[in-house]
Design a binder for this molecule. Structure first.
Ligand code: ACO
Length: 387
């Protein structure tokens, strides 16, 4: 008998942005720029920057907790945690593992995904495909960035563009045709040098000089990235719609990657979408890379721009070069499912107990090691005596 198709429904969403706000005027005191230049060339008015206590992992955890709350899902039900980020807390362990531990998502696999600003759309596609294939039932996809730590605050051509924050969604298997309907992903590594964090990996042997060198900064060929982006975003959105068997007239909202207002307007013109069908919030956040699409998605829901039954297209481009789009039928869970108080209580307990259960596992590992060593020593002593 033919199995019914499984869809990945977006059942939870959440965002977190740091409290510290850096306005264009405040930036103009640090570097040779002006509010007028930044606003007219990019559309950005201000951005949020992480405090010393915040990181991509801490922000991801806050966004994820909110998404779980909206979905009213027990963290122990999550099968996979994907964190899209260009600014992980460490190269390893994956930021996704830190998130998985903090949420008490004991059953989940976890990995980081590197696809620049397209990372969240890539993660959404991976999670949706995994759910459709039956590999997992519930997945968490997060975009989280601390770009303020990798911008050169003396380089006015890049430092005005970026901001920090995180956004998350929970996906759950559904048999009704909603959630992620189609995705398209693409890449062109010949443009790798156009947007790059030089000396950030292990391509070259690590010499003592390299070890003591300064942290790397973003380097970008703005004009080339701009040209690529204006072509890529509209085209990939159209391709994803075609794959979903839908036309532009069926689109209720486009949520594009928030990099530059002029790029967004150019994509909207390409798609012949009026302003009211295009979501823009980069004036308040700047470019938060992999976090930009999920933060915008959350705001679109919070402000009522996205309504049950709507068709929304998420489209992004970024370093790599990469691009991606997803066509989503917005169908949140019914209120009564989301209100179940015992599930709220269970989740509340699970999240509060997560740090303790993490500590218990650490102590358990330590005890295992000590006991293992003691037993090993005794065995060795016995065999020495016998000899
Ligand atoms: N303030 C004042 N003047 C500036 C600033 C600034 N912050 N930055 C550049 N300028 C000057 C330049 O020096 C130049 O001066 P000159 O004519 O005397 O040489 C002039 O402004 C024009 O510079 P351009 O680079 O041509 O400016 P443009 O209008 O192209 O805008 C921008 C630059 C905003 C960077 C644009 O090219 C852009 O948005 N590119 C795409 C960037 C992007 O989307 N990046 C994110 C990719 S996604 C990811 O994966 C992270």
């Amino acid at each position: 008998m033919k199995q019914p198709r499984r869809y990945a429904q977006i059942v939870g969403w959440g965002k977190y942005v740091p409290a510290d706000v850096l306005t264009n005027d405040a930036l103009a005191l640090k570097v040779d720029t002006s509010d007028e230049w930044i606003r007219t060339r990019t559309g950005i008015r201000e951005r949020h920057t992480a405090s010393a206590r915040e990181s991509s992992a801490t922000m991801a955890i806050r966004a994820a907790e909110q998404a779980l709350d909206v979905a009213n899902v027990d963290p122990a039900k999550i099968d996979m945690v994907i964190v899209a980020t260009a600014t992980p807390d460490y190269l390893f362990p994956a930021t996704a593992c830190l998130v998985q531990d903090a949420l008490g998502a004991h059953k989940a696999g976890a990995f980081d995904l590197s696809a620049g600003c397209s990372g969240f759309v890539y993660g959404l596609a991976m999670a949706a495909d995994g759910i459709a294939a039956g590999s997992y039932d519930t997945a968490m996809v997060i975009g989280s960035e601390t770009l303020s730590r990798i911008v050169d605050w003396a380089d006015r051509s890049t430092c005005v563009l970026f901001g920090d924050g995180a956004g998350a969604v929970v996906l759950a298997a559904s048999e009704s045709p909603c959630g992620v309907l189609a995705t398209v992903l693409g890449a062109d590594g010949s443009g790798a040098d156009l947007l790059i964090l030089p000396n950030s990996g292990f391509k070259d042997p690590v010499t003592p000089e390299a070890r003591s060198a300064q942290m790397p900064y973003i380097r970008m060929n703005g004009n080339e990235v701009y040209r690529f982006a204006t072509r890529a975003m509209g085209a990939v959105a159209q391709e994803a719609l075609k794959k979903a068997g839908m036309g532009l007239e069926q689109v209720d909202l486009l949520i594009p990657h928030q990099a530059n207002l002029r790029i967004i307007q150019s994509a909207a013109r390409h798609l012949k979408l009026p302003d009211e069908k295009v979501f823009v919030n980069l004036d308040r956040y700047g470019n938060t890379s992999a976090a930009s699409v999920p933060i915008a998605l959350c705001e679109a829901v919070e402000t009522g721009r996205l309504q049950p039954g709507n068709t929304v297209v998420l489209a992004a481009f970024g370093a790599g070069l990469t691009w991606g789009a997803a066509v989503v039928r917005w169908q949140p869970l019914p209120e009564e499912v989301r209100r179940s108080w015992w599930m709220r209580l269970l989740r509340w307990l699970r999240l509060r107990l997560a740090p303790w259960s993490s500590r218990v596992r650490r102590v358990g590992r330590h005890v295992d090691t000590v006991v293992g060593e003691a037993t090993g020593d005794r065995e060795q002593a016995k065999s020495t005596d016998r000899a």
